[in-house]
Design a protein around this ligand. Sequence first.
Ligand code: APR
Ligand code: ZN
Length: 368
Amino acid sequence: MDVKAAVAFKAGQPLSIETVQLEGPKAGEVLVEMKATGICHTDAFTLSGDDPEGIFPAILGHEGAGVVVDIGPGVTSVQKGDHVIPLYTPECRQCKYCLSGKTNLCQAIRATQGRGVMPDGTSRFSIDGEPIYHYMGTSTFANYSVMPEISVAKIRKDAPFDKVCYIGCGVTTGVGAVINTAKVTPGSTVAVFGLGGIGLNVIQGARMVGADIIIGVDINPSKIPLATQFGMTHFVNPKEVSNVVEAIADITDGGVDYSFECIGNTTTMRQSLECCHKGWGESVIIGVAGAGQEICTRPFQLVTGRVWKGSAFGGARGRTDVPKIVDWYMNGKIDIDSLITHKMPLEDINKGFDLMHRGESIRTVVEF
Ligand code: APR
Ligand code: ZN
């Protein structure tokens, strides 16, 4: 079938709206009609050419929501008409990683997903017979996309696509890091470095589980009103204090119970570890640093009980946890609407990237 997609032909070039041929789903795969997709920093990172694993030409996008319109042989977990959120971190429930119960990093299709193809080693997308590669196993910048059934989470049908698409990446990454990775407990003190699309979701996750003190750290004070609306109780501007770590220690009598780095900067990663309370404070790295960068601290920080961790997709097991997060949104426990600052048709998708690069949007959603 012919589908409409924003194609990334080369690194560093704008996306190009094209008619692309899409083959139907093969064994274990599903065809999803995309209804909405968010634009995320990870898409921009790959498009920039800085992502060492980037493959071109490809159809980017990994934060979608849509409807299953066809299924391949052997598919049992979803059927035509089901509403789904594509998962760039699948959940097969059979591999060593899934069965460990200790991680969400399912490896069932890791190798082929990383090469931009479906599990049988081929792409479903092409233009004039030349393959166009998949991206993160999802390729949501197309009005139809094929993906493995283990890469979709079935969600309730009354959830609005243009909002819950954000659960496909940003919301789950932030809220999940609080709940699954750090397991923040009621009454905790929390510091959040970076008040962008990820950090605001960390803040609302911390509020939801009942944190007492939620400190936001950002060099841009224009972030204060929305962060406060989402649950921030204190704000630290690194440009206005002589020492960020000391400023946080002063507010919390020695340091926070949990901190989250949502910037991707190795300097703030160090600060986020060192602002943790001696003996038990835990720091979770969410932000993605540039290729080849390294983090450092004095080992004494760890010997004296601070813990350094990382979190991908909020530690969420997609098929199990994503439908629950959709429920939280539908029940009013988390706010997504306030974070979706822009909406546009696929034809304008490059404007969405421009808004993100200029720091003018929190989330832009493309509606098909
Ligand atoms: N110190 C404090 N705050 C900073 C600093 C700094 N040195 N540098 C940037 N910031 C703030 C910005 O002002 C902005 O509010 O960090 C925030 C980053 O927000 P966004 O640009 O919206 O980024 P976001 O989508 O939240 O992603 C953050 O997570 O997924 C990864 O690749 C993504 O690494 C990135 C990180
Ligand atoms: Zn993302």
